[in-house]
Design a protein around this ligand. Structure first.
Ligand code: KG4
Ligand code: ZN
Length: 338
């Protein structure tokens, strides 16, 4: 191992971003992501097209990351890859590439859980304060919504999660209902900036414990739009900002109400958010305001919110220190528990 801590190349290919990062100790030297625009015209990620795009992108993305790090491949101590959860065909590209590279360089392999990595992005050394253990993390992405108790980097347990759709999916479906293209989350966020978050009200799903449900919100939103369009065909066009601000406020309040309940019950004062939806400005703002109530809050830099290999690299860093290596027979997993 290098004097300044392990140097690891990490590869992420679980969905529609092909990404490669180089980390030394807990510092990211390079984090290069290529997003696949091909899916926009289909209104969602098409798995087959995602796999093909990963195949096209992976070599240039890895080369760019190595070049940016100013290191040679020979300096690497290990190669890490996302083993799951995600789209199987997409994961196969990153997994196979990582295995081939590790084999040719004679370096160890490290497999990473994508959801664990979203949370560990908070431990990247970028000059800002990192959470202390134990902390609670609300992980909100296109495929997951989880309240996670983080006892140490590699000890994470789920306290509650969605029983149906994920929060990111809810944002994307809301967007689709009002004609906003995929992925709609960031665009709803933009529209909401001009709107009144209290103009329209939606029902709260009654789900037990720390679990969530978003399918009811999605359906009530659909009926709300359909009913209003019957009376005014220009309803969406004339009220887009208020509609986006109101539904966004509803989703965010719902997420944080349960998250805060868990924090109070467990008497945990350190709160973090992670995953693609943690880029949402309303969620960031409402979490930030909890500082006034005695909580320490951790909001990831935008670069580490949506899928990226930097977060895979930091997870691999802790696994490396733990001696937790993978082998050439590991296969990708569409579902992978924390
Ligand atoms: O973590 P991520 O990049 O991929 C998955 O692992 O799923 O999350 C993608 C999700 C998408 O549903 C996208 O619409 C949502 O994150 N998202 C947002 C925002 N930026 C990304 N949702 C709401 N507001 C945003 N600013
Ligand atoms: Zn993700």
């Amino acid at each position: 191992m290098q004097q300044n801590g392990p140097i690891i190349l990490a590869i992420e290919s679980s969905c529609d971003e092909t990404s490669a990062a180089v980390i030394q100790k807990r510092k990211i030297l390079a984090n290069i992501t290529s997003s696949q625009a091909i899916h926009e015209q289909y209104g969602g990620v098409v798995p087959e097209l995602a796999s093909r795009a990963h195949l096209q992108n992976i070599v240039p993305v890895v080369n760019a990351a190595i070049e940016k790090s100013k290191l040679n491949l020979s300096a690497l101590d290990a190669i890490a890859y996302t083993r799951g959860p995600g789209l199987l065909g997409a994961l196969l590209v990153g997994t196979s590439f990582a295995k081939g590279l590790a084999l040719s360089l004679g370096k160890p392999l490290i497999e990473v859980n994508h959801m664990q990595a979203h949370i560990l992005a908070h431990l990247i050394d970028n000059g800002s304060e990192t959470p202390e253990f134990p902390f609670l993390c609300l992980t909100v992405s296109g495929g997951h919504t989880q309240i996670v108790l983080v006892k140490s980097p590699l000890e994470q347990s789920i306290l509650g999660e969605t029983i149906d759709d994920a929060a990111g999916e809810a944002f994307d479906k809301v967007a689709k209902t009002i004609g906003i293209p995929y992925p709609g989350g960031p665009l709803v966020d933009n529209w909401a900036k001009e709107g009144n978050p209290n103009r329209f009200k939606f029902p709260y799903p009654q789900i037990h414990h720390y679990n969530y449900s978003f399918s009811g919100i999605k359906t009530s939103f659909l009926y709300f739009i359909q009913n209003n369009l019957k009376e005014d065909s220009q309803f969406v066009a004339n009220n887009k900002a208020d509609i986006c601000a109101s539904i966004q406020n509803h989703i965010v309040s719902y997420l944080l109400t349960k998250f805060l309940k868990a924090a109070k019950d467990l008497k945990i004062k350190q709160l973090a958010i992670a995953g693609g939806v943690s880029a949402n400005s309303e969620l960031r703002q409402q979490l930030f305001e909890l500082k006034n109530k005695g909580y320490k809050v951790f909001i990831p830099a935008f670069e580490y919110c949506t899928d990226n290999a930097g977060m895979i690299a930091i997870a691999a860093h802790f696994k490396f220190l733990n001696g937790d290596f993978s082998n050439q027979s590991a296969t990708p997993l569409a579902r992978m528990p924390l």
